[in-house]
Design a protein around this ligand. Structure first.
Ligand code: NAP
Length: 282
């Protein structure tokens, strides 16, 4: 049986320290503030927004929402970004992705002040994650995996890490964060040959493919720590990870559950980015 790496435990421990930092900021007249830009009402965006707002409220962070219809014009989205850039009382922004097809997402992201980029979207943030220099934060989910590793005392130095997924929001940045901490990292994708064998060889396995239950018992081995980043909606409407919990949990050393794992930490990392940005602008 695996040790279950509870995201709630990590999030609660992190939140206490963040609340203390917010209290200090408020004493000097600064209310850390997150702006949210959301187009339309995708259920997954609404679910994430609810969790983020709840966490921010708990920590003492204010949230200002810029809500636009699904068919909003590009200029309206750019105006919201520019309003956020101009407003000195807003320290950080979350832009829900992907944008509808008629919106040029690259132009919207390029318009955001990188210092206010809470989720690693801008080129400056990406450059920071990949080079270790400059400004910006890693995407919250990628950092959440690292926070769980740190909280539970895993040292990745010299360990073999396999990441399933090469997106710019999870797969690649989490690979870079693992590399920064001296893991030996392999990034896998749909063209990877013999994926189960590569995965079995890993000390740390990060599943971020967005394929419900794809990681079964043929992908894992007994010594492994497995991170299930996937959030998929099952046929019954329930959340399912990329890892088949029933098959994998009895066969690995430790794993994150879905729900209650990586996703539970992501909103706390978002809050941490807002607080850090506010401290930086103080
Ligand atoms: P994405 O942009 O669709 O990328 C998925 C990646 O997985 C791609 O690189 C793809 O390879 C690879 N992949 C897909 N199926 C595969 C397979 N059968 N074998 C090997 N590789 C495969 O997705 P994403 O935005 O990175 O998100 C991944 C998952 O994380 C989703 O379930 C999403 O809902 C979840 N998520 C979780 C959180 C959280 O807080 N826990 C936050 C955001 C997203 P190719 O490049 O070859 O296509």
């Amino acid at each position: 049986m695996a040790t279950i790496l509870s995201g709630a435990a990590v999030a609660n421990a992190r939140s206490e320290a963040l609340s203390a930092r917010v209290t200090k900021l408020k004493k000097s007249g600064i209310v850390p503030t997150l702006a949210i830009i959301r187009l339309g009402e995708r259920p997954e965006d609404l679910a994430y927004e609810r969790g983020a707002c709840k966490r921010c409220e708990q920590i003492g962070i204010a949230v200002q929402k810029f809500l636009l219809p699904q068919d909003a014009a590009q200029d309206a989205v750019l105006s919201a970004v520019e309003a956020i850039n101009r407003d000195h009382t807003i320290h950080s922004a979350l832009l829900f992705q992907p944008f509808p097809a008629h919106i040029g997402g690259d132009a919207v992201i390029a318009a955001l002040n990188p210092a206010k980029d809470a989720d690693g979207l801008t080129n400056d943030s990406k450059s920071h994650v990949f080079s270790g220099h400059g400004i910006g934060f890693p995407p919250c989910t990628a950092q959440a995996c690292m926070e769980i590793l740190h909280h539970y005392g895993y040292d990745v130095t010299g360990k073999r890490a396999v990441v399933i997924g090469r997106s710019m929001i999870i797969g690649r940045p989490v690979a870079m964060l693992l590399l920064q901490e001296n893991a030996t990292v392999t990034i896998c994708h749909t063209k990877t040959e013999d994926l189960p064998a590569l995965c079995r060889d890993a000390d740390i396995l990060i599943a971020a493919a967005g394929r419900a239950n794809m990681v079964d018992s043929s992908y894992v081995s007994a010594h492994q720590v497995v991170f299930d980043v996937g959030i998929n909606v099952g046929v019954d409407g329930k959340l399912v990870g990329d890892v088949d919990f029933a098959q994998v949990e009895p066969r690995v050393a430790a794993m994150t559950p879905v729900p209650g794992g990586v996703g539970a930490v992501t909103s706390t990392v978002l809050a941490a980015h807002v607080v850090e940005a506010a401290e930086g602008m103080a």
